[in-house]
Design a protein around this ligand. Structure first.
Ligand SMILES: Cc1cc2nc3c(=O)[nH]c(=O)nc-3n(C[C@H](O)[C@H](O)[C@H](O)COP(=O)(O)OP(=O)(O)OC[C@H]3O[C@@H](n4cnc5c(N)ncnc54)[C@H](O)[C@@H]3O)c2cc1C
Length: 588
């Protein structure tokens, strides 16, 4: 089984030292969330994740969720752990106090999301979509609906799902077939099949609130005819109690490569009673509230699993002896720990420098998200919202692709013991592998970034982002100069790649499409490098107060700037090479 120790030191470093964000600090709402309070929360979070939830990862992999006589049963230990999880209030961490939540900012809840992903992604998924559904209902439903459903969801007694995918409709939601027929009382009856629904059914909660997209009988075809419906597993009576079973049944549970403890269900809706949320035919807009926040959380899943992979690789490299390092030339049979070998060290530093940079980026993005939701000045709010919009596909795709790289490299460090099941390392690779696929594949994120985010309202969002980084670089400490020189060099490359791609969006869509993945990687690498610059500023300024910690940061940043950031060169070269040899090729 894998081990895991929550990286509270690094999280608290970000929370305490990277707080010089003027707009975030102006949010009156979070004035009382002191570092001491956050430390207490993270210490409690570490306990439940390390002691109770981590063992569920293996349990869920060995005894997956099953469908028995129409009822979904979660793996052994899940029910007991979920009971404790909701008793301790973890579902409600970031929810509004109005509905019984704890009102914590995303700067705190994102750390919890990371820890939970590190411990067990399968277990996490049972509450993750509930929070997504909570956010969507909170944004788009009437007060009456909110008051009826949200308190129980916040408490964790009811859970939520997101029902988009159908057999013929995955990325292209315009193809959906589920029908909604309006009833005289204003409710709807939904009929159709949804597949791949995470936590579509299970035995952890008293009710499940499905958010379903469907087409009402008089709506047009395509994405312009999609509405959003709240469809409970059990009808909720006016007094809030759970009533009769709705017309929803579980057809089957998918048999999967990873996250086996998570019940991924085929759901059949047969005249199921539903209530429209938000305006008719604008269902996708409402659903995007859920999906956008979810995409960031999926990015965090990649980060969390990477952290577990790194920690276990580091421990193993200090225990496993093989071969002689360059320092040890003795002819006797003794071998060195593999951590002495340059290639193992390179691999560990690759993981560490990406993970810590991503965590800092995620912290910055959480600050921006809070500003975009809560700031009083509408221009400040809009600017933060633009950055969140730009970074959402980047964090989703970059973090999860790096998760694939890091979990694969971890397996490599473990050698044959990584490929066999004993150590739990191959499970990390399998569990992570869904993250580049669900919530919109990573290719679709890259397309979204290039075709929708770059050419936003004024078409200047990327220019604003680059300018903001440059302004920050101007004010930095002398010791950062070598790092600034490097990031500036790559910012120029990003600028010319951006101009190239904006031009291609007009002149050759195939060229632009073929470049999207490379472009997203370039922006991801820049965003992580920018986060490292922020970390370095503090590390140099505060150096004498915590030499060991800051020296570790500076050396890790050195590795990132020397060995990871230059990947940009290759992405720029391939990305701007056009699509001729791709589109002209005849596949036989
Ligand atoms: C374990 C698991 C859990 C899931 N949970 C949920 C859930 O809770 N709710 C839910 O609604 N769905 C869920 N899904 C579905 C998931 O979101 C979809 O599988 C995913 O969005 C991709 O859709 P698809 O599988 O139909 O692939 P397709 O859309 O068929 O795509 C196939 C390939 O074509 C590419 N592609 C598609 N369109 C384009 C394009 N325009 N340009 C370039 N490339 C393109 C894709 O990137 C992909 O590589 C889940 C899936 C799994 C496996």
């Amino acid at each position: 089984m894998t081990t895991y120790t929550a990286p509270i030191n690094d999280m608290m470093f970000l929370y305490e030292k990277l707080r010089n964000n003027k707009s975030y600090n102006e949010l009156a709402k979070y004035k009382d969330i002191t570092p001491d309070l956050v430390k207490d929360i993270l210490e409690e979070a570490a306990k439940i994740n390390q002691n109770l939830i981590l063992p569920l990862a293996k349990a869920g992999d060995e005894s997956p969720a099953v469908l028995e006589n129409g009822v979904v049963r979660t793996p052994p230990g899940y029910k007991e752990a979920y009971k404790k999880y909701i008793e301790d209030g973890w579902t409600s961490l970031s929810c509004d106090t109005k509905y019984g939540g704890q009102g914590m900012p995303k700067t705190v809840s994102a750390f919890f999301d990371e820890m939970l992903s590190s411990a067990s992604l399968s277990f996490k998924l049972y509450s993750e979509l509930s929070i997504g559904a909570y956010n969507c209902i909170n944004h788009h439903a009437t007060e009456e609906v909110k008051n009826k459903y949200l308190p129980k969801m916040v408490e964790g007694k009811w859970s939520g799902t997101m029902c988009l995918t159908e057999p013929v409709c995955g990325t292209d939601l315009g193809l959906l077939k589920t029908k909604a027929v309006e009833q005289p009382d204003g409710s709807y009856k939904l009929t159709g099949q949804k597949i791949f629904i995470t936590s579509g059914d299970h035995d952890l909660t008293e009710n499940i609130i499905h958010l379903v997209i469907a087409r009402s009988s008089d709506s047009p075809s395509g994405t312009k005819g999609i509405s959003l419906f709240l469809v409970p597993k059990y009808i909720v009576r006016d007094d809030g109690t759970v009533g009769p079973r709705n017309g929803i049944s579980t057809g089957s549970i998918e048999s999967k490569m990873g996250i086996k403890g998570s019940a991924t269900c085929v759901l059949n809706f047969d005249d199921a009673v539903g209530y429209m949320i938000g305006p008719k035919n604008k269902g996708l807009n409402s659903m995007f509230t859920m999906m956008n926040l979810e995409r960031i959380v999926v990015g965090i899943q990649g980060l969390g699993i990477s952290e577990t992979a790194y920690q276990n690789s580091l421990i193993y490299s200090k225990e496993r002896k093989q071969g002689k390092s360059n320092k040890n030339h003795s002819s006797n049979g003794s071998a060195d720990f593999i951590i002495e070998h340059a290639d193992i060290r390179r691999s560990l530093l690759n993981m560490k420098s990406i993970i810590e940079g991503e965590r800092a980026l995620c912290f910055w993005l959480s600050q921006q998200t809070e500003v975009s939701l809560n700031h009083e000045d509408k221009d400040v709010k809009q600017e933060a919202s633009d950055y969140v919009s730009l970074m959402t596909p980047v964090v989703k795709a970059f973090f999860t692709d790096m998760g694939s790289e890091i979990t694969s490299d971890a397996m490599q460090i473990f050698g044959g013991y990584g490929y066999t099941k004993d150590q739990g390392i191959e499970q990390l690779y399998r569990d992570n592998r869904i993250t580049p696929i669900y919530e919109g594949t990573n290719s679709v994120q890259a397309i979204d970034l290039v075709f929708r985010k770059l050419v936003n309202r004024n078409g200047d969002i990327i220019d604003k982002y680059i300018k903001m980084i440059k302004n920050d670089l101007d004010s930095t400490n002398d010791k950062i100069k070598p790092f600034v020189l490097k990031i500036n060099l790559y910012l120029e490359k990003l600028e010319s790649f951006s101009s190239w791609i904006k031009d291609k969006i007009q002149s050759s869509k195939d060229d632009a499409n073929a470049a999207c993945n490379d472009y997203l990687k370039v922006l991801g690498l820049i965003a992580v490098a920018y986060s490292w610059i922020k970390v370095l500023e503090v590390s140099f300024e505060d150096y004498d107060n915590n030499k060991i910690f800051y020296e570790d940061k500076i050396q890790t940043a050195n590795f990132f700037f020397e060995r990871v950031l230059p990947r940009i060169d290759s992405h720029c070269a391939t990305g701007t090479s056009g699509s001729k040899y791709i589109m002209d090729f005849k596949f036989n």
